[in-house]
Ligand binder design. Structure first.
Ligand code: ATP
Length: 609
């Protein structure tokens, strides 16, 4: 994929830095300016003081220069301290803000984009390059003072060295004092720059190899870093002795040899740069010293010009390095922008129709669906109607397409062929957000977050406590709630509170059910809602199922066929096809049918020997 121009990426990247840490850019300008100018201000006044000492010796002036040097130095230092403190706070929060920014984008992606491995790999790559190597947006953030400071230093050096040229024209006595000699000195300075450029370029090439040598290296480190500490992996790690396998992956994934090469080169380059700088500084001292001997400059100006010329060279070398960094970083900025520019399918396909008032009826019209990259249909030519108030149970063997059907209904995926309609209109024509409001779903792999119980039930920061308690009681969590010291305010898990409560899998399922009830949507979809419940809790839920669901429509996926009996209507799926539909008695009566086969297979465990 083509990398976008560095200017485009820089502008967009700094736009993001500004959005994440709004005062950072002006503060970076202030601190860089102060840091750059401060030594030159001291240099300037020191030169004036020496000139006075060597010349007119006017005490008043000397005191004035000293006072100005100290006063300006003090003001600059104080300003710098304030700005630097603020910058340090912003630096420490940027990382978190950036991850929140990436996470927010992730939440906006369409579900099929999340299940797309390429998108996940892209995100892992961005996180790894950001976290492991400080590249991408973070690099722009850290890099700004590195860019600005030498720019200001260059400006200040040029301002201080200007007098050197003015003096040159009026003092020509010999070669040393001639303008040609000034020109040669600058040629020497300019000659060093291409060397510096070549050195930095090589450094950047090796750095890039080190970063790219094993594109998965950081992804592995990231993944295993999380996995090794994941609470829900702890049991498997111990029982399947996964630690050696993890170590092996870690070992394979390291690209250390390139890093050694990079640091080795960096050391050599630094030594070479130091030698070049020393040679240059020597030449500058000699040149300016000789000119002072010929009376071309007052002695104080020697200090000023030497400081300014060497400062300018240092600033130029630093700028070359920083620009190299920016160029290397461009491809990592591109990764971030590729991720941010992933198409917004969810909004694009959503029309703006509002959900009709009154009765709602869904229809699957010849719907087929294949997961991206799959060669087999997960749902094939499905024709099915669903009316308000209906209780539909969906049964079938593992992998028969039950959960996929729910994902299609909830618009997490779009049909590959055919369409799903609501009151005769393609569901894609409805406004996405209002469409989502008509479903309360409990998925098999539901998630609760480590916030308070009440916030979990309401899925929001604030909640109606009475309603939350009622829903919890209806879902069978009433007794447990009474035991919880802080009631609805009890935190689940200990991530955010030491008093957090650990709940069992079945209790969590009850909370998830309460969350679905709290939402009070007209369609309730329950995918294996009682798989983790004990037999008594399960019996309670099913015996009160009609009371719990009320006038709502319920779609209910379960492997426990006995719990489907209360549904008016049972749909049997097999290999992605709807193969039977009817009441329990009708389906059991069809002795050669799949339902009877599943029913009999399950029933035999309950028949006493
Ligand atoms: N994200 C996915 N990508 C590719 N294929 C998938 C994905 N999710 C499910 N499948 C495949 O689609 C088919 C139907 O899966 P689905 O989850 O709908 O089955 P299910 O009837 O709900 O199964 P179970 O009873 O085990 O929950 C299976 O063959 C499964 O392997």
């Amino acid at each position: 994929m083509k990398t976008r121009s560095i200017w485009h990426n820089l502008l967009r990247g700094y736009g993001i830095v500004n959005r994440l840490t709004p005062t950072y850019i002006p503060l970076a300008f202030v601190t860089s300016f102060i840091k750059a100018v401060q030594p030159f201000a001291v240099l300037f006044f020191s030169a004036r003081i020496i000139n006075e000492l060597a010349g007119a010796r006017d005490t008043g002036r000397i005191v004035l220069y000293a006072a100005l040097a100290v006063g300006i130095g003090f003001i600059l230092k104080a300003l710098n301290a304030v700005a630097t403190r603020r910058i340090a706070t912003l630096n420490s929060t940027l990382w978190a803000r950036f991850y929140f920014f990436l996470g927010n984008r992730y939440m906006q992606l369409n579900y099929d984009q999340i299940e797309d491995a390429a998108n996940n790999e892209l995100l892992a790559d961005i996180e790894a390059k950001t976290n492991g190597n400080g590249l991408g947006i973070l690099r722009l953030h850290w890099g700004l003072p590195e860019l600005l400071q030498p720019l200001f230093e260059l400006g200040a050096s040029i301002a201080l060295v200007a007098g050197m040229f003015a003096a040159a024209s009026s003092h020509e006595q010999n070669f040393v004092t001639s303008p040609l000699a000034t020109g040669l000195l600058f040629m020497l300075v300019l000659l060093i720059l291409p060397f510096t450029y070549a050195i930095k370029k090589r450094e950047q090439r090796i750095l890039q190899q080190a970063i790219e040598v094993n594109p998965k290296a950081n992804t592995y480190i990231h993944f295993f870093g999380d996995y090794m500490q994941a609470k829900n992996a702890a049991k498997d790690i111990r029982l399947y002795r996964q630690a050696p396998a993890i170590e092996e992956h870690y070992r394979k994934s390291d690209g250390l040899s390139y890093w050694y090469k990079f640091f080795d080169l960096l050391g050599k380059n630094n030594a070479l740069a130091a030698a070049m700088n020393a040679a240059l500084a020597g030449s500058v001292y000699l040149f300016i010293g000789l000119r002072a001997l010929y009376g071309m400059y007052p002695v104080g100006s020697v200090v000023q010009y030497i400081g300014a010329v060497t400062g300018a060279v240092g600033a130029l070398a630093a700028l070359i390095g920083v620009l190299g960094n920016y160029m290397t970083n461009n491809r990592y900025l591109d990764l971030v922008f590729r991720y941010l520019d992933l198409p917004d399918n969810m909004r694009k396909t959503g029309g703006d129709r509002q959900i009709p008032q009154g009765e709602l009826a869904f229809e699957f019209r010849d719907v087929s669906f294949k997961y991206p990259g799959a060669d087999r249909y997960a749902i094939e030519r499905l024709n099915m109607k669903l009316h308000v108030g209906q209780r539909l149970a969906i049964v079938g063997m593992n992998g028969s397409g039950k959960t996929t059907l729910i994902k299609l209904l909830c618009r997490l995926y779009e049909p590959t062929e055919g369409m799903i309609t609501l009151n005769g209109v393609d569901i894609r024509e409805y406004d996405h957000a209002s469409y989502m409001r008509i479903f309360s779903v409990v998925f098999q792999d539901f998630m609760l977050y480590s916030f308070s119980l009440g916030q979990n039930v309401a899925a929001s920061e604030s909640y109606d406590a009475k309603l939350a308690e009622e829903c919890l009681a209806t879902a069978g969590f009433g007794e447990k709630l009474k035991e919880m010291q802080n009631g609805l305010q009890s935190y689940l898990h200990k991530d955010f509170s030491d008093d957090g409560v650990e709940i069992s899998g079945g209790e969590a399922q009850k909370v998830a059910l309460a969350r679905a009830l709290y939402k009070n949507a007209p369609f309730v979809v329950l995918d294996e809602p009682t798989a983790a419940l004990d037999p008594i809790a399960e019996f309670e839920i099913y015996s009160r199922f009609h009371e719990i669901i009320g006038g709502k429509t319920a779609i209910f996926v379960s492997h426990r066929l006995s719990s489907c009996r209360f549904c008016h209507d049972i749909a049997v799926f097999h290999e992605g096809r709807l193969i039977q539909r009817g009441s329990h008695d009708e389906l059991v009566g069809d002795r050669g049918g799949k339902y009877a086969e599943l029913w009999n297979a399950q029933a035999q465990y309950y028949v006493s020997a």
